[in-house]
Design a protein around this ligand. Structure first.
Ligand code: ADP
Ligand code: ASP
Ligand code: MG
Length: 425
């Protein structure tokens, strides 16, 4: 008998009908002779609504209480799902992250899983139950407080459980038919990818393709867990994310030169204006940011003006950390020494990802030409071996993504990508 882990995102369980539909799918998997563990997200936009609510009572809620609040969303869906399955005549038990043995560090709002001890899940499976686990949450090892894993964290819960239970596959059910060459909400002609390597998927996820979370893909690569991303609304095969290409017919699927285009409008840009051009300045700025436990993304330093010996340093970071970063820099202004700070949250990032970039000259040139033909101005550039990213105005992002997608021949000439549900929030 095989063991499968299935994860259903918020849009798949958005209402009672959705929960009943998903329950039927889960029962099918069980009837096919599998042991089934289900990880479920909060219904629809519940997590966003809880965040809005918290902000109405306190502008800076304490991390411990914030996590306690947010985990309530997944508790609702897990219990309802277990009820719906029982109603179909099958046994199911729901478990919180803590009960399922998801042990984390104690960094509230973005805790990392450090161990998974799924004893209770195993017992429940051995008794013939379907086990339903609340995604996105755990319990901290030292303080025993309830933690959350960061937005979209149910993907990580699913892969971590799949690894701990030695599952054959981790199925991620969502509101699109798999991983596409671009976000189907932006590019109607995006194509479904049959297979993608962990490496390319990591870059897409890190560049904003929220269909899979970066940490989840990292985890899957470390433990070599194949992920199958697919729709909970259709019966179609989705996208396999794994180390080795899958077989189609008697041939292996080939690695694409370009896997896709990702975009991200969740970042902001801070420019530190008038920084003395001498050793140690960049170090002082980024030490301040690091001490505030804020992750940054791109960094650019301008050439200093000869007359003044002053330069500007810009960097990007999650918008949600903008306020704290500005406060931290202002506090250390005397030590660092700069004139002023500029904050810009109207930026967007567009990234082209593909392992073939390493060996195909001209990819960068074609990428910039596509943006220029679309009349899009580039503000920052960064590259890795298999990715090129640029920062532009946020308003330009949809047009820029479509232009790059077409320029690299990624447009489908047959199907339109289907988005089955969700609000895209
Ligand atoms: P869930 O609630 O199931 O976790 P998410 O909203 O987190 O779903 O992720 C699914 C969404 O990811 C899709 O509706 C789509 O808009 C978005 N997305 C972004 N990039 C891609 C991509 N390359 N392929 C597929 N979906 C993508
Ligand atoms: N409910 C959480 C969120 O909206 C976790 C998840 O859906 O993966 O971010
Ligand atoms: Mg998600």
């Amino acid at each position: 008998m095989g063991l499968v882990v299935q994860k259903y995102g918020g849009s798949s369980v958005a209402d009672a009908e959705g929960i009943k539909r998903v329950a039927k799918r889960i029962v099918e998997a069980k009837k096919n002779g599998n042991q089934v563990v289900v990880v479920v997200s909060a219904m629809g936009d519940t997590t966003d609504e809880l965040i809005d609510l918290a902000e109405q009572v306190s502008p800076m809620p304490a991390g411990r209480e914030f996590d306690m609040l947010l985990t309530a969303g997944e508790r609702i869906s897990m219990a309802l799902l277990a009820m719906a399955i029982k109603n179909l005549g099958h046994e199911a038990q729901s478990f919180t992250g803590s009960q399922a043995g998801v042990i984390t560090d104690s960094v509230h709002n973005k805790a990392r899983i450090i161990d998974v001890t799924p004893g209770r899940i195993r017992d429940s499976l051995d008794k013939g139950n379907i086990a339903i686990v609340a995604g996105f949450q755990g319990v901290s090892q030292d303080k025993k407080d309830i933690t959350t894993l960061g937005r979209g964290g149910s993907d990580t819960t699913a892969v971590a459980l799949a690894a701990a239970l030695d599952a054959e596959v981790c199925e991620i059910y969502t509101d699109v038919d798999g991983v596409f060459t671009a976000d189907p909400r932006v590019v109607k002609k995006a194509k479904k990818i049959d297979w993608i390597s962990f490496e390319d998927m990591l870059e897409l996820a890190a560049s904003g393709s929220k269909v899979l979370l970066h940490r989840c893909v990292e985890y899957a690569r470390r433990y070599n867990i194949p992920i199958h991303v697919r729709s909970s609304f259709s019966g179609l095969q989705g996208t396999w994310v794994s180390s080795e290409p899958i077989e189609q017919g008697d041939k292996k699927v080939e690695q694409a030169i370009i896997s896709g285009v990702a975009h991200d409008t969740s970042e902001a840009k801070i420019t530190v204006v008038g920084v003395p051009d001498k050793p140690g300045e960049a170090a002082a700025i980024f030490r301040t940011i690091a001490d505030a436990e804020i992750n940054i993304d791109m960094v650019v330093q301008n050439v200093s003006a000869a007359a003044t010996g002053l330069t500007d340093i810009s960097f990007t970071l999650p918008k949600t950390e903008g306020r704290r970063a500005i406060d931290a820099l202002e506090k250390n202004r005397p030590g660092i020494g700069f004139d002023s700070l500029r904050y810009d949250d109207q930026i967007g990032k567009i990234s082209l990802v593909g392992a073939g970039m390493k060996t195909n000259p001209g990819v960068t040139a074609s990428f910039f030409e596509a943006l220029s033909d679309a009349g899009v101005n580039i503000e920052l550039i960064s590259t890795s071996e298999i990715r090129i990213s640029v920062v532009t105005r946020a308003d330009d992002v949809p047009e820029a993504v479509r232009a790059v997608h077409s320029a690299f021949g990624l447009d489908s000439d047959t199907d339109e990508a289907v988005v089955y549900g969700g609000t895209g929030r």
